[in-house]
Design a protein around this ligand. Structure first.
Ligand code: BJ8
Length: 428
């Protein structure tokens, strides 16, 4: 009888992965996970589930997706929180985030992309070119989106490397024309998803999709609120991990698992217990999304004696804020409701984007953050440009802000530690 890992190796070979490179990646990931997550004290028991998911993120979860495909359902991969999970779920499909959180095959990537491209975009190419991402090789459709200039131009090149790229256009201005564009693009996406899956979506199907996505978000909202307590009942690293796993896991199982952690956190809050002592400096992270396994900065922050209490980020509240109304008797009504929710996402590609400043201030206050760290990937112009206005807005309200630009390498780790340590000391 073959062992589980032998099974996975056959699966990875069938997907066309480079086993040697993939082994090396898993080894680094495993060590990183152990050092960053398993070394933490006093983690909620419910995190065992997330440890397990991470240990099988390239194994059992990929097998589940392949089983779904074998049963006739479709799997979709995306790089952005503007892709509506409601629509994918309305055809019984599965939406997964594609790997963008680590450097890989950089030399090969730089043959296709300028060196001064952000690490997130380079990572997507690196996982593809290095043949180490079982997700990109499993999905029936890859959805790109016209957001920042880097992504939208990179998709032109990615289109030459994959057979199944679909690009969604997105507005850049929040006015009526922008809303109409988003709506037209969601209708076009729905038609494409129906065509690929062979399923015709009706009102009950769309309401079902909306209910699943809402339940997932409601669980994440519950988690966010619990982090307002002092002492914080969960580390920022674990909360980030939960948000990251939300991009890969089965929606219903994930929702249940987040609620199980929240039940435990409810008890901790009621008993006045936390992962760090009461009075620990509280930090809000704001800026670019942090995809798995991008844990460098949160790890540094929490190793320096602070606790992260929220993420103003797409892997965090920017990505989960708000629910979709299920009011309405027609598909047109329901698509309108979906547009209402997604059009509020305050990504830095929008101009102007004042909502983001308000959200950063509102979050700092509701989570009682002592300070904000604005995190930006090198060469990410939209968030670099906004880091100034975000920091200004916060400082005008007396909230200290530290602006950090970095990438996925460890080269600047010591320098970051020094800066974060000084910031945390200043907050004490
Ligand atoms: S909704 S933040 S997930 S686009 S880091 S690739 S912005 S140069 S990721 Fe994003 Fe959607 Fe917006 Fe959210 Fe460009 Fe910046 Fe790179 Fe970025």
């Amino acid at each position: 009888m073959p062992t589980e890992s032998t099974d996975h190796r056959q699966m990875w070979t069938n997907l066309g992965l480079d086993l040697e490179a993939h082994d090396a990646l898993l080894e680094v990931l495993g060590h990183g996970y152990e050092a960053v997550f398993l070394s933490q004290q006093n983690r909620p028991k419910g995190m065992d589930y997330f440890n397990f998911v991470m240990s099988e993120v390239h194994g059992l979860r990929v097998k589940e997706l392949l089983d779904e495909k074998a049963a006739g359902r479709k799997v979709f991969g995306s790089f952005c929180v503007f892709v509506p999970e409601e629509i994918v779920k309305s055809v019984d499909g599965t939406l997964v985030g594609l790997c963008t959180g680590a450097d890989f095959a950089t030399d090969a990537v730089e043959k296709y992309l300028p060196r001064n491209t952000c690490a997130l975009i380079k990572s997507a190419f690196g996982f593809k070119l290095g043949k180490v991402c079982p997700y990109i090789e499993s999905v029936d459709m890859i959805i790109g989106e016209n957001t920042c200039d880097g992504k939208k131009k990179a998709y032109e090149t990615l289109d030459t490397l994959v057979p199944n790229l679909y690009v969604m256009d997105l507005p850049q201005v929040k006015n009526e024309r922008g809303r109409e564009l988003l709506k037209a693009e969601y209708v076009r996406f729905l038609r494409k998803v129906e065509e690929l899956s062979g399923v015709t979506v009706d009102v009950p199907r769309m309401k079902h999709g909306i209910a699943l996505a809402n339940a997932k978000r409601a669980a994440l909202h519950r988690l966010s609120k619990l982090r307002a307590a002092d002492p914080a009942p969960i580390s920022g690293l674990d909360a980030l991990l939960i948000n990251q796993v939300g991009f890969y896991d089965d929606v219903e199982r994930f929702t249940q698992s987040v609620n199980a952690v929240c039940d435990e956190l409810d008890e901790r809050v009621a008993a006045g217990e936390g992962v760090f002592p009461k009075g620990t400096p509280r930090i809000l992270m704001s800026g670019c999304p942090m995809a798995v396994p991008n844990w460098k900065l949160p790890w540094i922050v929490e190793s320096m004696g602070a606790v992260i209490v929220g993420e103003e980020s797409c892997v965090g509240e920017r990505g989960t804020r708000g629910l979709v109304s299920d009011e309405g008797d027609t598909l047109e009504d329901l698509i309108g409701n979906i547009v209402d929710r997604y059009f509020d996402i305050d990504c830095a590609i929008f101009t102007p984007n004042t909502d983001r400043l308000e959200h950063a201030m509102e979050m700092s206050k509701s989570y009682s953050a002592d300070g904000v760290i604005h995190y930006c990937l090198n060469f990410c112009q939209p968030y670099q440009m906004e880091s100034y206005s975000v920091a200004e807005a916060l400082q005008s309200e007396g909230i200290p802000a530290l602006r950090i630009e970095t990438d996925y390498s460890q080269e600047d780790a010591e320098q970051l530690k020094t800066r974060v340590e000084a910031f945390v000391e200043m907050l004490r």
